[in-house]
Design a protein around this ligand. Structure first.
Ligand SMILES: NC(=O)c1ccc[n+]([C@@H]2O[C@H](COP(=O)([O-])OP(=O)(O)OC[C@H]3O[C@@H](n4cnc5c(N)ncnc54)[C@H](OP(=O)(O)O)[C@@H]3O)[C@@H](O)[C@H]2O)c1
Length: 327
């Protein structure tokens, strides 16, 4: 009689019914089958051999499963974070920072093109999709804990600009890539998909100037970029998902972590001398926002003091605690 016994060993080591279902290990051991066949002679010695062998397998597998459960528990304590616009100038810093903290995060990136994927290392955790097409980024968003949105319409400078003339350059948006499509529909698509996937927090990077309809950024390429960004921010704030909306000042490609960060509201910082911020600082605030309750259900302006003035910000809990505005 061939008894290919499937032996459940580990139910006793699994604490909850869910985990039991997830991690159950059924051992079909050839050595066990051999001894079982042998036991057809029903000799006591072969039966005891069977139980001895069975016990050994049981111990080994119990150890193995215990180790796996511990490893899985450690893995599940990490937060899986998707950053979109991961090929962009701030997005790629966020993606890199997440990858540098493997004990805390499982990083994912969403980029629009294969070229962008190559640019940031082409790892398997980088997905290619277009935020205007909700279906295209479903695989990237499935199973994540948090989403950091760093996608944006990007104005292009019209060719033929001559800086020696003293005139301002002109800008345009490519067809289909206007702020309405990217900063409104595209962000809305991401928020909807994240909500459907049960995401626990969304960090959205927007821009200062949203309270000023006549802000020059709105006339750039006739895109009304701040208007559409603001509409997406409102949609996120109304979504019910814990959110952090960061309205950055003028972004600079400078070193991060060396300036005192400033938070504000209603574009008040725009009336001061301190209205710029380094991209790495914005990236760090995006990630730190995932760590503190004080950052949730908050929207704020973000800038920094010049380097050398004030003390570089290290205490992000204190920074987020200063914010009183939900929108
Ligand atoms: N520039 C400033 O001074 C300033 C000031 C305040 C706030 N901000 C805001 O801060 C954020 C980050 O700015 P940044 O300059 O670091 O960004 P960026 O370099 O312009 O990156 C934007 C990213 O969005 C991606 N993207 C655009 N359309 C997409 C689509 N349909 N599907 C998927 N991805 C798409 C782009 O991908 P591709 O590379 O493939 O095009 C790009 O990687 C933006 O929201 C920006 O508006 C900027």
């Amino acid at each position: 009689m061939n008894m290919a016994t499937r032996v459940p060993f580990i139910s006793a080591t699994i604490p909850s019914p869910n985990q039991s279902h997830k991690y159950s290990c059924w051992v079909s051991s050839s050595s066990l089958r051999l001894h079982t066949l042998h036991s057809s002679s029903t000799s006591n010695s072969s039966l005891s051999l069977l139980s001895l062998s069975s016990r050994r397998i049981k111990i080994n597998h119990t150890r193995l499963i215990r180790t796996s459960v511990v490893a899985m528990a450690a893995e599940s304590s990490k937060s899986t974070v998707l950053v979109t616009g991961a090929g962009g100038r701030t997005g790629q810093i966020v993606y890199k920072k997440l990858k540098e903290r493997p004990d805390e995060y499982v990083a994912r990136g969403l980029v629009r093109t294969e070229e962008s994927k190559q640019k940031i290392g082409a790892a398997d955790d980088v997905f290619v999709g277009d935020i205007r097409d909700a279906e295209s980024f479903v695989p990237a968003i499935q199973g994540i804990d948090a989403l950091i949105i760093l996608t944006s319409a990007v104005p292009q400078m019209k060719p033929g600009f001559d800086p020696t003339t003293g005139q301002r350059p002109e800008f345009y948006f490519e067809d289909g890539l206007y702020p309405e499509q990217v900063d409104w529909i595209g962000q809305k698509n991401q928020i909807d998909a994240a909500k459907a996937a049960g995401v626990k927090q969304i960090v959205l990077v927007g821009s200062m100037g949203g309270t000023q309809l006549d802000n020059p950024l709105n006339s750039l390429g006739n895109g009304n970029i701040l208007v559409w960004k603001r509409k997406a921010e409102q949609y996120l704030a109304d979504s019910g998902i814990p959110y952090t909306i960061i309205r950055a000042g003028g972004l600079q490609d400078k070193e991060g972590g060396v300036r005192e960060l400033l938070v504000g509201k209603d574009d008040e910082l725009l009336q001061t001398e301190t209205r710029t911020i380094a991209r790495p600082d914005v990236a760090e605030v995006c990630i730190q926002a995932l760590n503190f309750e004080e950052a949730k259900f908050k929207a704020f302006d973000l800038a920094s003091k010049p380097e050398g003035k004030g003390s570089p910000t290290k205490d992000f809990k204190a920074l987020f605690s200063q914010i009183t505005t939900r929108f």
